[in-house]
Design a protein around this ligand. Structure first.
Ligand SMILES: Cc1ncc(COP(=O)(O)O)c(C=O)c1O
Length: 393
């Protein structure tokens, strides 16, 4: 830091220059975030000074957070579910497993395990490291869903939790939560559902809406991220519990604060996220989200049609607004990579797309090209992307 301060114009010139280097969302098909709704951004700015780590100093903002949690609970079939606004899916998943471990009674951490599908987000690796417990990864079925029989075979007396995913990061698949819920009840095990992505999509789908939330007996907690398909500002996550007693083990005494106990992972935490999430949920209502999801699903289908014409087949029929495609097999002699690679070259295509200023990602198993059709991926964006992909291929 320099001795003398700079003037505002100079600072904002520097900031704008830096911001110009960022990729505009209109070129991004790899992200699960999008530009926040203007009303969320406005509410965020209005509440920027608030700290929900000390809620009795901010009772108005704390009340907004409670209303926000109630709206999320209502969406997840349990309006009275306790919870709080987190910084996102990672914090929610860590806190859910922390609650599972703490509510399990006496746990031998060296032996304790959590059973997750192979498709689970890497935040569960972080949780397992932090909590000193093992992750047991259950293989998926042919449609890349968690296989309840495989999960059942991994349960033992040291299992503290099961995890199901409603909207997997790579393929947007929804696990059979009803069956996994039965397993949780039969084995008397905590069940956390990671709906960080799908929580703001599944309830608004036209037609088939797989059951994934508190409607399913056996579900103990749910992660749902307003900063993904909820159109709120970053950082906004949601963590909800079926019951107060599942959240209580997280209570830590915080004597120097006005509230005495804290159940969040972060200490100081912004009320701006709660205000932004409240504002956008109130503004859009269920109808607004239905329209957004309908548009994303239409554009996902358009993407599948256009890419099929280019010879790219989807790995699974998209369930949500995420599509992954097998790369076309490379013809011998036509590519710079290993000759005649029958698997195609998703990484190579991804890199060549960067030359056209398009950003997609790749999946691991199977290795495929992955695209997330967020609200900023409009019909025009899909068509322009497909035209450039044709050149790349
Ligand atoms: C299913 C799922 N869970 C959790 C997370 C982690 O969310 P965050 O990056 O907001 O911490 C992600 C992120 O993409 C996700 O897709």
């Amino acid at each position: 830091m320099r001795e003398d301060g700079a003037d505002e114009r100079q600072i904002f010139d520097e900031l704008c220059e830096a911001g110009k280097k960022d990729v505009p969302y209109g070129r991004v098909l790899s992200s699960m975030c999008t530009a926040p709704h203007p009303i969320a951004a406005k509410a965020h700015r209005t509440f920027i000074r608030t700290n929900l780590g000390d809620p009795k100093l901010f009772p108005g903002t704390a009340a907004i957070e409670r209303k926000c949690v109630e709206m999320l609970g209502d969406l997840l079939h349990m309006p009275a579910a306790p919870g709080y606004i987190t910084t996102g899916g990672t914090e929610s998943n860590i806190q859910a497993l922390r609650a599972a471990v703490l509510s399990h009674g006496r746990v031998d951490r060296a032996k304790a395990n959590v059973i997750v599908p192979e498709s689970a987000h890497y935040s569960f690796e972080k949780a397992s490291q932090l909590l000193g417990i093992r992750l047991r990864k259950a293989p998926l079925d042919d449609e890349l869903r968690a296989d309840p029989a495989e999960m059942a075979s991994l349960i033992d007396k040291h299992t503290v939790a099961l995890v199901a995913v409603a909207g997997t990061t790579e393929f947007g698949q929804v696990d059979p939560v009803e069956e996994i819920g039965k397993l949780a009840l039969e084995s008397d095990t905590y069940l956390h559902v990671d709906a960080a992505f799908g929580g703001f999509v599944i309830p608004f789908l036209k037609g088939c809406q797989p059951k994934f939330d508190f409607e399913v007996p056996g579900v103990s907690s749910i992660a749902i991220d307003p900063h993904k398909m909820g159109m709120s500002t970053i950082p906004s996550g949601g963590l909800l519990y079926r019951d107060e007693h599942l959240m209580q083990p997280l209570e830590i005494s915080a004597q120097y604060l006005t509230s005495q106990v804290q159940t969040s992972l972060a200490g100081t935490r912004s009320g701006a996220s709660a205000a932004a999430t409240y504002a956008v949920m109130r503004y859009l209502g269920r109808d607004g989200y239905r329209n957004i999801v309908a548009q994303c699903m239409d554009n996902t289908r358009l993407l599948v049609d256009l890419l099929s014409d280019l010879g790219l087949q989807p790995v699974i029929e998209p369930v949500l607004n995420i599509a992954a495609f097998h790369a076309p097999a490379r013809a011998s002699g036509r590519t710079s990579g290993p000759q005649g690679d029958p698997q195609g070259d998703p990484q190579g295509i991804r890199k060549r797309l960067c030359d056209y200023n398009w950003y997609v990602s790749t999946t691991v198993r199977p290795c495929a090209l992955r695209m997330v059709v967020m609200p900023h991926v409009s019909e025009d964006v899909v068509r322009a992307f497909a035209a450039d992909l044709k050149k790349v291929l």
